[in-house]
Design a protein around this ligand. Structure first.
Ligand SMILES: Nc1ncnc2c1ncn2[C@@H]1O[C@H](COP(=O)(O)OP(=O)(O)O)[C@@H](O)[C@H]1O
Ligand SMILES: [Mg+2]
Length: 257
């Protein structure tokens, strides 16, 4: 079955401020949807609503035709909502590997615990999580840094570790919140390749990003959000040429490529 994330009529206010205003969205497995818009548009909030960090006021979120709004964060994670965070949440005094292992048990019921419930002993479950973590680090060319302290690696490598943590849950969908901010060179290419591979493996991927080159490189289609509303949607090329976007986004912020 093709994975599918579907939002219908999602609304959210913080106090008097509308941050999600009737959001309809569908992302299918294999697809990489770009989500762009100025700061404060409500992009991170949308991810928080999908993943269950904050409750929405009304609307529905479905993963593979099953409603997940109303479920707590850890259950949504278990059902396949994987994400990364705009502001890095790594444990500074710990190794890269331990950061991933913690990612595995970030949400009760996810990965490590699930393995235990499948009848594996804690030790077997730990070993499986460790193997999975080393696999992911290997895909990123970071296996040699497994034992390094996350404080001692480059910013780009830290962002990759943030992604690696998200990948510890084998989710049906992957929400990436500004994965490229401050990332360049080799780490940029690795990030792009891994995200592409995850989509090819069948995940429905949604990426918030200001880096237009990254969106252009990677996304099939994109939506443009401002003040909690989706103002434009379509294929990336058309969207990036849109007048509304140019005025509301680049007009104020200057072209970012
Ligand atoms: N937990 C919260 N409580 C109150 N206001 C919030 C909260 N999270 C976000 N906001 C507000 O919602 C708006 C959208 O923020 P955000 O989703 O972070 O935007 P973006 O990611 O597009 O920059 C902003 O005005 C922000 O201050
Ligand atoms: Mg944000």
């Amino acid at each position: 079955m093709t994975n599918k994330l579907t939002l219908k009529g999602v609304n959210k206010r913080f106090g008097g401020v509308v941050v999600a205003d009737g959001i309809d969205l569908e992302v299918r497995g294999g697809e990489i949807l770009g989500l762009i818009g100025p700061n404060g548009a409500g992009k991170t909030t949308l991810f928080n609503l999908i993943s269950g960090v904050v409750p929405m006021d009304s609307g529905t979120v479905e993963l593979n035709e099953r409603r997940i709004d109303g479920l707590p964060l850890y259950k949504r994670a278990r059902l396949g909502v994987a994400r990364t965070w705009q502001h890095m949440r790594l444990f500074g005094s710990m190794s890269v590997l331990d950061n991933l292992m913690i990612g595995a048990s970030d949400y009760p019921g996810e990965s490590l615990m699930r393995l235990i419930f499948q009848g594996l002993t804690v030790r077997q479950a730990e070993r499986a999580a460790r193997e999975q973590a080393m696999d992911i680090l290997g895909r990123m060319g970071l296996q040699n840094l497994a034992q390094a302290n996350v404080n001692d690696i480059t910013f780009g490598q830290q962002k990759l570790v943030g992604l690696a943590r998200g990948l510890m849950s084998n989710g049906a969908c992957l929400l990436l919140d500004e994965p490229m901010a401050g990332v360049e060179g080799r780490a940029y290419e690795t990030m792009r390749d891994i995200v592409r591979q995850e989509a090819q493996a069948g995940r429905a991927v949604c990426v918030v990003e200001h880096n237009v080159s990254f969106i252009r490189d990677l996304c099939n289609s994109a939506v443009f959000m401002a003040q909690g509303r989706i103002l434009e949607r379509g294929d990336v090329k058309t969207l990036l040429e849109s007048k509304v976007l140019a005025e509301l986004y680049f007009g104020k912020q200057g072209t970012q490529t």
